[in-house]
Design a protein around this ligand. Structure first.
Ligand code: HEC
Ligand code: HEC
Ligand code: HEC
Ligand code: HEC
Ligand code: HEC
Ligand code: HEC
Length: 497
């Protein structure tokens, strides 16, 4: 019978690591986690849509199991050494051996073989299944439940509700891929340690740009004019309806598919518009440079901006500078209420309902539960004898849950929408008539009320049938208004007088 002494010290060391049950469990873990790691790695590389959370599994969870396996093997080895040391001197040291003639060993061995096979199978099925889970929109929106709930809810109400989060949030290319992996892991830790800003904002590290959108949208498509009607209700006793019907000149940007011009002229490949924003949300743009087809460039700036542009970050304008909330648009309370009133989900015959609902939505609440309860008591107090009060409360609570997230301080105030100019500066960040060339003679074109749209009709009832193809001057409630400072008064809730 060979003794331990006949083995070299190196062999003895390795022998200790595998020759006991604890070490064997460790070894199985090590092998399976390697297996899972490579499977996940392959999936991760060949998957059509990249997913940041898969990275957590591949680079965090699988190695963790690997480490636990190694530690178990180590512990097993130590136990074995202690046992050997304790053995009566002179007696042959107890050795780990499997003897199939011993029933105990047969049972253990069978248990191990079956257990090991099942574990390996589960690891592969498990990692494949987990891959699918992390791919899903549900995972992105719900795994990090609290921090991303606002974006998830807004997304489900957006035109992109059927587009996977990963299609927009992970850019193409190896660098973006590694960045996304890093961000995913970073976000996991931030969520676990409750260390994130409220509200959250996209960092500069996550790149969503024109190429993201161009995966699906053909930038040169000729869109032409879009006919849009915006229906509003005043905050008066009878909730007077007031609509504006606009013909938006979206136009196109490719001469082979239609006339070049209009709003989408900006994204004509031959035009380059650069700008400087002085705040993080890019709401203040004091400097703009246009480089045209012939390479000639024109600089525009506001009177108060005297600095050297080179001292600032110069950005190139793309889709996101107008369409900055394509998937997560938090409606301002004024617009949210107008939309439900127009859709008939709230009865416009209820006196003062517009005004009361806006007040109910903007009450300033600490949690969603607090808000729902206080909205109900506020509206019941306003309408004690109104038979439709219960339905009204239901609808207002629904509106609140779709657009307000007090736990994350997320609502329209935190996320400006740059597409128009009523509640946020939007287009007027540049097209306000105040951005001029150095000689002060030329301002940015399209800085009058008819360049971007014509008002086909406005008012209510029969007035809306009197179309004017040349466009009306904007009749603002009780007087003509062609003033560019809409968002000075219109802040999303009650406008200032
Ligand atoms: C159509 C493209 C698109 C899709 C699909 C999309 N997002 Fe976004 N998302 C954006 C853009 C663009 C921004 C940045 C807005 C900005 O910086 O103003 C953004 C921002 C965010 C932010 C930062 C906070 C904010 O609101 O600015 C989070 C969090 C987020 N998205 C999560 C998600 C999740 C979760 C999903 C899937 C449920 C998803 N997104 C799907 C385009 C998309
Ligand atoms: C994976 C494909 C995909 C990507 C990426 C994508 N979109 Fe879309 N987008 C769609 C589809 C599909 C629709 C049409 C929805 C419909 O008509 O119901 C749409 C609709 C739109 C609309 C019209 C919305 C409306 O109110 O009717 C705009 C604007 C838009 N996308 C802008 C963007 C921008 C900006 C980006 C880049 C951040 C982007 N999209 C990225 C697929 C995509
Ligand atoms: C200068 C601002 C601006 C830029 C830049 C811009 N758009 Fe638009 N886009 C608009 C406006 C305004 C509309 C009309 C909005 C509406 O429907 O109310 C629009 C409409 C659209 C629509 C909807 C068309 C439809 O038939 O309903 C799509 C899709 C779209 N844009 C995609 C893009 C993509 C993709 C890019 C970048 C390649 C882009 N836009 C760049 C302002 C812009
Ligand atoms: C970062 C600044 C900036 C923003 C923001 C911006 N534009 Fe422009 N836009 C320009 C510049 C610069 C020009 C070129 C003007 C010139 O030639 O003098 C232009 C040109 C235009 C034109 C004229 C195109 C033509 O046919 O000549 C239209 C229409 C237009 N913009 C609409 C919009 C709309 C609508 C928005 C908001 C959704 C918007 N712009 C936002 C900078 C901007
Ligand atoms: C640079 C382009 C541009 C200029 C200049 C411009 N608008 Fe607009 N306007 C827009 C766009 C784009 C929208 C649509 C926003 C959207 O789709 O939500 C809009 C929407 C509107 C609306 C409907 C808003 C609502 O929510 O009911 C009114 C009213 C309006 N504009 C009036 C004016 C008046 C008055 C002027 C002149 C002082 C003016 N616009 C100048 C681009 C422009
Ligand atoms: C001096 C402040 C002020 C300015 C500037 C202003 N508004 Fe208003 N606006 C109001 C007030 C007050 C009301 C009445 C609100 C009510 O009774 O609900 C109103 C009502 C409206 C309404 C209908 C009701 C609603 O809440 O949407 C529209 C649309 C509108 N304004 C668009 C504009 C546009 C577009 C501009 C810029 C061209 C503009 N306003 C500039 C104060 C202003």
């Amino acid at each position: 019978m060979p003794t331990v002494n006949s083995e070299s010290p190196k062999r003895r060391f390795f022998a200790r690591l595998v020759r006991n049950w604890v070490s064997l469990v460790g070894a199985i873990l090590v092998v399976s986690s390697w297996f899972a790691f490579f499977l996940l790695l392959t999936l991760d590389f060949f998957a059509p849509n990249k997913n940041p959370y898969l990275g957590i599994l591949t680079y965090l969870v699988a190695p963790l199991f690997f480490l636990v396996g190694l530690i178990l093997m180590g512990i097993g080895g130590l136990l074995q050494r202690r046992q050997n040391a304790r053995a009566v001197a002179g007696a042959p040291p107890t050795r780990f051996s499997i003897d199939v003639s011993r029933p105990r060993d047969r049972r253990l061995l069978l248990g191990f073989a079956v257990g090991g096979a099942v574990f390996l199978l589960l690891t592969s099925v498990g990692s494949y299944q987990t891959y699918h889970v992390t791919e899903s929109v549900q995972f992105c929106g719900q795994a990090c439940h609290t921090p991303m709930k606002p974006q998830f809810v807004a997304y489900q109400n957006s035109p992109h509700a059927r587009v996977d989060c990963t299609r927009c949030h992970i850019g193409p290319g190896a660098k973006r891929f590694v960045q996304a992996k890093y961000n995913g892991i970073h976000q996991l830790f931030a969520t676990l340690s409750d260390d994130f800003k409220r509200p959250i904002h996209k960092t500069e590290r996550i790149h969503i740009n024109q190429q993201t959108c161009e995966q699906c949208h053909w930038p040169k498509r000729f869109i032409g004019n879009l006919d849009r009607t915006y229906t509003h209700f005043l905050a008066d006793e009878t909730n007077t309806a007031f609509s504006v019907r606009l013909l938006l000149k979206v136009g196109g940007a490719d001469p082979t598919h239609g006339p070049v011009g209009g709003i989408h002229w900006h994204m004509n490949v031959a035009n380059k518009i650069e700008y400087i924003a002085t705040d993080e949300q890019r709401q203040v743009i004091p400097w703009v440079r246009l480089t045209d087809t012939n390479g000639g460039s024109t600089e525009y700036r506001t009177a108060s901006f005297k600095e050297d542009p080179a001292a600032h970050t110069i950005r190139t304008m793309d889709c996101l500078d107008c369409h900055n909330r394509p998937a997560h648009h938090f409606r301002a309370p004024n617009d949210a209420v107008d939309l439900t009133l127009a859709a008939g989900r709230i009865d416009a015959a209820i006196p003062l309902v517009k005004s009361n609902v806006v007040a109910a939505l903007t009450g300033g609440y600490s949690t969603e539960a607090d808000a729902l309860q206080k909205i109900a008591s506020f509206l019941s107090a306003k309408y004690p004898d109104q038979p439709k009060a219960a339905a009204l409360i239901d609808e207002v609570q629904r509106l609140y849950q779709a657009n307000f997230f007090p736990e994350m301080k997320a609502d329209w105030r935190a996320y400006p929408n740059n597409l128009g100019h009523k509640e946020w500066p939007g287009c007027f960040r540049c097209h306000d008539g105040l951005h001029k060339t150095a000689d002060g003679k030329t301002k940015i074109q399209a800085s009058d009320c008819n360049s971007c749209h014509v008002i086909l009709a406005q008012g209510n009832g029969e007035q809306l049938e009197k179309l004017n193809p040349k466009g009306y001057s904007f009749f603002h409630i009780d007087a003509i208004n062609e003033d560019f400072s809409c968002n000075n008064c219109h802040t999303g809730a009650f406008p200032k007088e």
